[in-house]
Design a protein around this ligand. Sequence first.
Ligand SMILES: [Fe+2]
Length: 212
Amino acid sequence: MSLSPIRPLDLSRRGLIAAPAVILLARPLAAVVLPTPAQMRGPYYPTVKPTDSDMDLTEVKGRPGRAAGEVIEIVGRVLSARGGPIGGATVEIWQADHQGRYHHPRESAGSADPNFQGFGAVRTTATGDYLFRTIRPRYYGSGSFMRTPHVHFRVVAEGRPELVSQMYFPGEAMNARDALFRALPGEAARDALTAREEPADLPRYRFEIVLA
Ligand SMILES: [Fe+2]
């Protein structure tokens, strides 16, 4: 067995240029995630924000009753495309009640549940986390305007474009018939807007948000 002779250190121009390229290729590439797809705001963003707009949409300050419907939690993190947490971001949600009605002057199906807050806003923690307690919204509309159950999101973080989008529920049969859900460009986009159910005391849905 013959060993190749040790070559002197290559200090030629070619060698100096080539070396950094090798180092770059050897470094593991950071995973870059696609930003959460945007979706239309829709007509039901509150015209006037409710006085009580905290993380718990199942009760309204000053009212003894609780919102009707199945109580759920929606949790997640706001992240950059490189996976870093974005703390201090504002996350707003608004949604229909257990009968598919919004608190909004344009709601034509009747008054929404007065014990349901309908809108909530929180700031993410330093780890980018947010949490809402709410109820599972019902579908609404009819025919081609039928909307599968969904929760609207608006996320604002300093130095980044605002994100307006919608969260969908996993395993919901109506998703496949919802025009807005179907219009999403491909399986990856539909997957990104579909929450993951997590084991918890209450039904808990995780919705991770990636900002551009
Ligand atoms: Fe909606």
